[in-house]
Design a protein around this ligand. Structure first.
Ligand SMILES: [Zn+2]
Ligand SMILES: [Zn+2]
Length: 141
């Protein structure tokens, strides 16, 4: 995988370039990510100063501490970002992310049957995730 990634949304109105990443991809099975993404959310962390974006962006404050962004033309989901933190971009925006490894699953004990992932990557339960990170009350199966 190249150090620089260039990607775009489905319609091409939003272009995103990434100069470096903080790691591989994660999958999240929390109720908000399931609802937003269909069943599970995939993302990878990228420092804000390594991301450049062009095109119009729609944003939604999905919690007191985070936003979710998408292309207002085609609806492609672009990122989740906690305030002041790294972007968590979706790997599917970038053709060159095909070999990005899966670093971990969070809310792994909440995964729907259709997205239970095989492999020996770390699987973080809801309880373990919420002990160490900000979260939204009320996650439920
Ligand atoms: Zn678009
Ligand atoms: Zn989530």
């Amino acid at each position: 995988m190249s150090a620089r990634l260039e990607g775009h949304c489905l319609c091409g109105a939003v272009l995103i370039a990434v100069d470096r990443m903080a790691g591989g991809a994660y999958a999240c099975h929390c109720s908000m990510c399931r609802r937003w993404s269909g069943a599970a959310m995939w993302g990878f962390a990228t420092p804000a100063d390594a991301v450049s974006v062009s095109g119009g962006i729609a944003r939604y404050r999905s919690s007191a501490f985070a936003e979710r962004a998408w292309c207002p033309e085609c609806g492609t989901h672009l990122w989740i970002r906690d305030d002041g933190a790294d972007y968590e971009l979706t790997p599917g925006l970038f053709d060159d992310a095909a070999d990005m490894p899966l670093d971990r699953e969070v809310y792994a004990d909440r995964a729907f049957a259709c997205v239970r992932l095989a492999g020996d990557h770390p699987k973080v339960s809801r309880a373990d995730y919420e002990r160490d990170n900000p979260f939204v009350e009320g996650d439920a199966p």
